[in-house]
Each structure stands twice: as C-alpha cells, then as structure tokens.
Design a protein around this ligand. Structure first.
Ligand code: KIV
Ligand code: NA
Length: 266
C-alpha cells in the first residue's frame, strides 16, 4: 500500500516512482500486479474515454464514477483524482466536490493552477484531504493558453512557476505535478520543495513520472508528443503484454532509464 509517507521516503532516498492514468477496473488490476506506485484518475478521460477534444466537458460525477471503479480494483497504489474544469472556483463548491471524490475512493485531490489555490489547499488539508497541485501546461486552461504549449519558458515565466510551486507547498500541498516545462525548471522546482514532484514532459529529475496510460501503450490519436514512449512494443517487454508494458515502465522509471533526453524540453 503506497501512501504519501512512502512517496516522501522515496523523495528523500532518491527513489524514482511511477504514476499512470487509469480509468477502469481491469487496467487498475493490471497496474496493481505491476506495482505501479500511484494512479491518477485524470480528467484526460474526457479525451481518452469520452472522445471530447479537451478536458472541459468532464463533470464531477464522471470523475467519481471512474474513481470508484478503480478504488475497488487496486489496493496497492496511492489514488489521485482530478477535480474537473470549473468545479473548484469557489471554496464551498471545491470542498463539496472534493468530498465527493474522496468518498468515491480517492486519497489525494488534484487541482490545476498556482498561488491562487493556496486558500483551497489549506482548507482541504485542514479537513483531511491532501492536494496535488498541477502546474505548467494545465489543460483546463487551454483556452487561456491558446493551445497545448510548453510552459515556463523564459526567466519571467520560470520565476513565476517556481514561486507558485513554493506558495502552494507552503499552503499545504502534498504533491506537485509539472506538465510540459523545461527540464532545468522542473529540476529547480523539485530541488526547491520538500514534497514529491511528479513530471510529464518535464525531464528525468522530478521525483516521479506520470504518463497517460493509452499513450504509453502506443494508442495514439493524432500527433504523438515527444515525451511519450511506447512500452507495449518495446523489445524489453518480452511478454508483449499490457501487464508487461506496465512492469517495464515501473522498472524503467525506478532504474532511471526513462525518461531520457529525447523525451524532454530545453
Ligand atoms: O488528466 C490527466 O491525465 C493529467 C495528467 C496528464 C497529469 O492531468
Ligand atoms: Na488532468
């Protein structure tokens, strides 16, 4: 059973850990067998499962449904669940929606943004709900960014991201996710905060790695981002199985052979 204490120990010891997105029971069971450390019920399910072209249409009920399916089926991983678009704008709404996801089986609630989340982070921590703050490319803000673009490039943007990370950790955030930021910035954030940092397209120096499950099984729809590796058809997956792909991902992250420089942004 992986807990936040496990991840904090991993960070101190320099032991790299894994996270995969997951949306249903059978895959959750296979991830349990492969001993994937943490699972994210990502609002990416709006794109991967529901066929939308962004995460914006996903509802709290959608998230609760998938979270419950996974919580029943995996007793090994720490389970993170996303609060979806516009479900945490006001404090009362955010608290009620976090309760729904925690009661569905989540252990940690993930929210996108920066220092504006501090009050919510503190409120939830005091109420027994740890948060993971997702910074960098935050897909719920795609219409603000004008597309899915790398974030934190340039001194000003990098300084802001670092300040946001420190602020939410000071407010009580238990974990951070950094998506699509330069590897040097991800390393600076990881070194600057005491809590575990999980990266996607953020280089090899974060404490953990996360990938969307379908991506790492080679199921692409459209352009394949550079930070993806297909673990299913990788020669080292000698069983050529999905379970083998999960196990190879777990092994590769632990031993530091994934990600490499070709998967990161400068
Ligand atoms: O929803 C999701 O899959 C995510 C990860 C990409 C971090 O938020
Ligand atoms: Na998400």
């Amino acid at each position: 059973m992986t807990t936040l204490s496990t991840l904090n120990k991993f960070k101190k010891a320099g032991t790299k850990f894994t996270c995969l997105t997951c949306y249903d029971s059978m895959f959750a069971r296979m991830m349990e067998k492969a001993e994937i450390d943490t699972i994210l019920i990502g609002d990416s399910l709006g794109m991967v499962v529901q066929g939308h072209d962004s995460t914006l249409p996903v509802t709290v009920n959608d998230m609760a449904y998938h979270t419950a399916n996974i919580a029943r089926s995996n007793k090994h991983a720490l389970i993170l669940a996303d609060l979806p678009f516009m479900s945490y704008v006001t404090l009362p709404e955010a608290v009620a929606n976090s309760r729904t996801l925690m009661q569905a089986g989540a252990h940690v609630i993930k929210i996108e943004g920066g220092s504006e989340l501090c009050e919510l982070v503190t409120t939830l921590a005091q109420a027994g709900t740890p948060t993971c703050v997702h910074l960098g490319l935050t897909p719920q803000s795609v219409n603000v960014f004008g597309g899915y673009k790398i974030q934190g490039r340039g001194d000003e943007a990098a300084d802001k991201l670092l300040a946001d990370a420190k602020a939410v950790v000071a407010a009580g955030a238990a974990l951070l996710v950094l998506e699509c930021v330069p590897a040097v910035l991800a390393k600076a954030v990881t070194d600057a905060v005491a809590v575990p940092v999980i990266g996607i397209g953020a280089g090899a120096d974060t404490d953990g790695q996360v990938l969307v499950m379908h991506d790492m099984l080679g199921m692409a729809h459209g352009r394949v981002p550079r930070f993806i590796h297909d673990f299913l058809t990788d020669d080292r997956n000698s069983a050529h199985s999905i379970e083998g792909a999960f196990a190879l991902y777990q092994q590769s992250v632990r031993e530091g052979s994934f990600p490499t420089e070709q998967h990161q942004f400068s």
